[in-house]
Structure formats: C-alpha cells, structure tokens
Write a protein that binds this ligand. Structure first.
Ligand code: HEC
Ligand code: HEC
Length: 332
C-alpha cells in the first residue's frame, strides 16, 4: 500500500516536471513519428525506393530525396529523366508531413496528392500513372503486398500514393539538440548556440520560421524588404492563386536538418548556410549581420539536425517476364 502511494507521488512529480519543462518558444519540439499502419508504411518505403516507377527504370523518389543526405539531392536543381536540368531546388522530404501544403508554391494539398506528380512529370520520372500501375500490377510480390494492405489485388495510383504518403509520415526527425533544450535540458546547447538562437529570435526570423518544423507554416515573399535577384523563372504562389500579391511568395522552408539540405532557396542559389543567413537578414528583415552574427545564427541552425530515419534497405520484389521494360535512353 505504502509502496503504491510512493510510486504514485513519484509519478505525479515526474509528470509535473516534464510538462513544466517544455519551454514556451516559437519553435516547438518535433513529435515522434506516427505510424497508423506499419504494413502500409513498409509498402510505401519500397515504392519510394523503386526506380521502376520511372520510365528509365533508374530514377526513384530517393534519387532526388536521398534519405542518406537529409532527404535532398544537394544539387542546385534536380536532374530528371534523360539528364534534364530541373527547374527548381528539391526540398527535403524530412518533416514535410508537417507543412501546410506541398511544393514551393503549395500546389499539392498534402503528401498523397503530391506523390502522383513526379511519377508522371516528363522532367522528373517521365512515366505515366497507367504505366507505373501496369509495372507494379505485373509483379506478384507487389500484388500480394497491396492485397495484404488494401484488401484488393487491384493496384491503382490512389493506393500507390497513399502508401508513399504513409511512409513519408514516418520521416520525422525528433530529438535534435535544440529539441532536448526545448524540453528542458539546459546543457543540450552551448552558450554560443543559445546566443545564436536568441539572435535568430530577436531579429525576427521566427515571424516566418516557426512551429515544430521551424517553417512550413506559411507562404511569404522572397525579398520582403529588398528584392531578390535570380535568373530562375519560378514565380511561386501566384501560379496557384492567380493573385498578383502572391507573386514571388514561396512556402517558408523548414529549417529542420538545414545543415544537411544545402544548397538553399528555391533556386539553390545560396551554396552555404552562411550565405543563406546573410541574405535572409538583408532581404527579409533589412538587417546587415556581421560575420560573427551570421556565424552565431549558423551555429544555432546546426542544432536543428535531428535523429535521421534509419532502417534496412528495402528489398524490392523482382520484375517478371510480363513486366514492361524500362527505357533508359531516348529513342534515336
Ligand atoms: C527528378 C527529381 C525528383 C524526383 C525523382 C522526385 N522528386 Fe520530389 N521534388 C523534386 C523537386 C524539384 C521538388 C520541388 C518542386 C516544386 O516545388 O515545384 C519536389 C518536391 C517534393 C515534395 C514537396 C516537399 C515540400 O517541402 O514542398 C515531396 C513531398 C516530394 N517531392 C516527394 C517525392 C516523392 C514521393 C517522389 C517519388 C514518387 C519524388 N518526390 C520524386 C524533385 C524530385
Ligand atoms: C518574411 C518571412 C521570412 C523571414 C523574416 C525569414 N525568412 Fe528565411 N525564408 C523565408 C522564405 C520564403 C524562404 C524561401 C525563399 C526562397 O527559396 O526563395 C526562406 C528560406 C530560408 C533559408 C533556406 C532554407 C532552404 O532550405 O532553402 C534559410 C537558411 C533561412 N530562410 C533562414 C532565415 C533566417 C536565419 C532568418 C532571420 C535572419 C530568416 N530566414 C527570416 C521566409 C522568411
């Protein structure tokens, strides 16, 4: 009886101290990844890594969103089918489930809607939904898995994108040092990193980079105080809303894992985090940071690198004789 009471008191005290410890800041700790169906996420993982969703049989989602490199390709703009030069920088898929919408201009409402795009985009995977489905439907290993997850052995693009989205929901990167600090661990950040966070906050960066992902919560003008010069032709949100006020508004990118996701901005123009921070200060806030101030903010940004998704490489079921063959090279 007494032991039970002591345990209850200890539990109460601990619960109290844990909830009180989460600091009240404009950036909140990332949640642990949520999985509603492990089988569906596993299927989605295979599809994410399967180059047979592309016409060449060579490009998978992971080609441009490499999960060994922060969910990006670390290129200025991506390389698509036939080595085509992509129009825009590939954003990370890490924590993208937390964004208000998908793509730089937010033209896809959610991850499921997004996932259909690249498969049929002639500049990316250059297949078609019909062909991708035909490929998967021909592979007995996949058909069995779709049956187990969806209760039907009819593969369709809706199930494909649903499974990929479920996998992407698992790509959350909690437990960065900044998160440990947010949760009350005073020793998780050095004095310099903490000063960098203070400068980030006090300068007004958090007006746009806020929430658990330190971004992804709104669309904002690139070049608010001072115009941004670029040769890239992307115009941002106006393409979706048709409103002139949305010209050059882009989704505020997440700063989670930003140390890994270089180069920066929709055009990939900033090669280093220092350049990106210097430009943000000047263009968005009219603030000219000294090199020391830039270094200080950069040291804070590097504390946002979280626990990366780790798993065994998915083994993909083999094609069979009836599987449509890839076309890796342009027809002469
Ligand atoms: C050839 C390179 C390439 C391939 C292959 C590719 N993507 Fe992308 N992805 C991009 C680029 C570039 C963008 C940004 C496009 C834009 O915003 O207009 C993007 C955007 C995204 C986004 C939105 C992220 C955000 O923050 O807005 C998600 C999610 C995503 N891709 C997932 C996928 C999935 C799933 C696949 C496979 C079915 C895939 N991508 C295949 C290059 C690629
Ligand atoms: C008015 C809103 C706003 C403010 C304030 C702001 N940002 Fe940004 N930030 C953006 C937008 C929008 C982008 C994407 C711009 C683009 O790609 O064209 C961005 C991009 C970035 C990137 C590049 C991320 C990537 O993956 O490409 C970094 C780093 C960054 N901001 C840091 C900062 C810092 C540091 C501050 C404060 C000095 C700051 N931002 C202030 C809106 C803002």
């Amino acid at each position: 009886m007494q032991i039970k009471m002591i345990a209850a008191v200890v539990a109460l005290v601990m619960a109290g101290s844990v909830s009180a410890a989460v600091r009240d800041e404009p950036i909140q700790p990332l949640p642990q990844p949520k999985v509603t169906s492990q089988a569906k996420a596993d299927l989605g993982k295979k599809l994410f890594f399967d180059p047979r969703l592309s016409r060449s049989g060579f490009i998978s989602c992971n080609s441009c969103h490499n999960l060994s490199m922060g969910g990006t390709d670390n290129l200025k703009t991506s390389i698509g089918h036939n080595w085509q030069e992509g129009p825009i920088n590939s954003p990370t898929v890490l924590n993208s489930s937390l964004s208000v919408a998908q793509f730089w201009d937010g033209r896809a409402a959610d991850l499921k809607q997004q996932a259909g795009g690249p498969v049929a985009n002639p500049k990316e995977m250059a297949s078609s939904h019909d062909l991708a489905v035909q490929v998967l439907q021909s592979i007995p290993g996949y058909v069995a898995e779709f049956k187990a997850v969806y209760g039907s052995d009819k593969v369709d693009i809706d199930k494909v994108t649903d499974a990929i989205a479920e996998f992407e929901n698992t790509l959350v990167t909690p437990d960065s040092r900044f998160d440990l600090w947010l949760k009350g661990d005073d020793k998780a950040l050095s004095a310099g990193e903490l000063a960098g966070y203070k400068l980030f906050k006090d300068s007004g960066c958090v007006a746009c980079h806020n929430g658990p992902a330190a971004g992804g919560t709104s669309f904002q003008k690139m070049g608010l105080v001072e115009a941004y010069t670029t040769t890239n032709t992307a115009e941002g949100r106006v393409g979706v809303t048709g409103k002139d006020a949305d010209r050059f508004n882009f989704k505020v990118p997440t700063l989670r894992n930003v140390e890994l996701t270089y180069p920066y901005f929709h055009d990939g123009q900033a090669e280093t985090l220092e350049q990106a921070v210097e430009l943000m200060g000047r263009l968005q806030l009219g603030r000219k940071f000294t090199a020391d101030e830039v270094g200080s903010i950069v040291s804070f940004l590097k504390t946002l690198t979280g626990k990366q998704p780790q798993f065994g490489l998915p083994l993909l079921p083999p094609s069979v004789n009836a599987t449509p063959r890839p076309e890796p090279f342009a027809k002469k």
